[in-house]
Design a protein around this ligand. Structure first.
Ligand code: ATP
Ligand code: HSE
Length: 311
């Protein structure tokens, strides 16, 4: 039986100012998916490890299977495949857990089929899986997980995805307070309308962040991490958010924000030297609140998802 195993990295979506249009991949963690060809048609999720028994095996619900099925539908093929998922990411964390599963599954299945799609062309299938997982087919987790680096989704109709420059030495610290926030819930607190004033502030910061990346201007990157659209509503769902923001700035972060839909928070710094102080500052805030916090730090992953093994 032929099989391919692939890895897809965790991601930070939005990057504060880029709601649904910006994201980057990190090296620290990710999901692994093995896909095996089988004789009979149809997909089966055979095993899921690392999820404490919480993820669905139904092929209409598991993002690995939803993504592969979307790809097979596009090809008009009814190939039989078994799916083995190893979760490396916590669920409902804001680190692109549902996306990493979908992307790893697609990269493995695409290779098994002889790569009928180039990497970027897999995106719509991964977005179909995100729609099932959280009700919105946003691409700001799946695109960086697939392609690596910082990614801009300039438009969704039609999809226009652009890889951005990643300055050497840009470092990310992730702080995951011990509770879950479902993307669907933290999308439901957002408003449908944005004022002209806020639209101006937000677009200035998106442009500033992109200019900062290309110019390798770390200070500009830091001051562009401002979000007046989602953060004010979502911060209310994350105890200690504003205290953490203050503490991380004092600890030397260039800037910080909510990773994806939270509750994980990300901080950017120049080099990894500031990471221990950033982590300590967040731990102090959460100790006072009485919540545990997991910390990870990582360079920006520029490789994206890849095949680990094929047999
Ligand atoms: N293979 C999978 N891996 C992870 N989540 C999955 C998977 N398949 C289905 N899901 C569903 O997706 C939901 C998790 O998605 P959610 O968007 O809330 O978390 P997340 O991906 O960690 O967050 P974010 O998108 O903010 O980074 C859960 O309800 C879970 O049941
Ligand atoms: N852009 C999405 C990312 C979810 O991780 C959101 O903020 O809801």
């Amino acid at each position: 039986m032929r099989s391919v195993k692939a890895f897809a990295p965790a991601t930070v979506a939005n990057v504060s100012c880029g709601f649904d249009i910006l994201g980057f991949a990190i090296d620290a963690m990710g999901d692994e998916v093995e896909v095996r060809l089988k004789d009979e048609p149809g997909l089966v999720v055979v095993s899921i490890k690392g999820d404490q028994g919480r993820l669905p095996y139904e092929v209409e619900k598991n993002t690995c299977a939803v993504a592969i099925q979307a790809m097979l539908d596009e090809l008009g093929q009814d190939v039989g495949m078994e799916i083995y998922l190893k979760k490396g990411l916590p669920l409902g964390s804001g680190m692109g857990s549902s996306a990493a599963s979908a992307v790893a599954a697609l990269v493995a299945a695409n290779r098994l089929l002889g790569e009928p799609f180039e990497k970027k062309a897999l995106l719509p299938f991964a977005m179909a899986a995100e729609k099932v997982a959280c009700g919105a087919g946003h691409a700001d987790n799946v695109a960086p997980s697939l392609l690596g680096g910082f990614v801009l989704i300039r438009d969704y109709h039609p999809l226009d995805v652009i890889k951005l420059h990643v300055p050497e030495g840009l470092h990310c610290t992730l702080l995951h307070p011990h509770f879950e926030l479902k993307t669907s819930d933290s999308r439901s607190v957002l408003r449908d309308n944005v004022s002209l004033k806020h639209s101006t502030i937000q677009s200035g910061n998106v442009a500033g962040l992109i200019a900062g990346l290309f110019q390798e201007d770390f200070e500009l990157i830091g001051r562009s991490l401002r979000d007046v659209i989602a953060e004010p509503y979502r911060a209310t769902l994350i105890p200690g958010f504003y205290e953490t923001k203050e503490a991380l700035k004092s600890a030397g972060a260039l800037g910080m924000g909510i990773s994806g839909s939270g509750p994980t928070m990300f901080a950017l710094s120049k080099g990894e030297e500031k990471s221990p102080a950033i982590i300590q500052a967040a731990e102090q805030v959460y100790e006072a609140i009485g919540l545990g916090v997991d910390a990870y730090h990582s360079a920006v992953n520029t490789r994206g998802a890849y095949v680990i093994e094929e047999k």
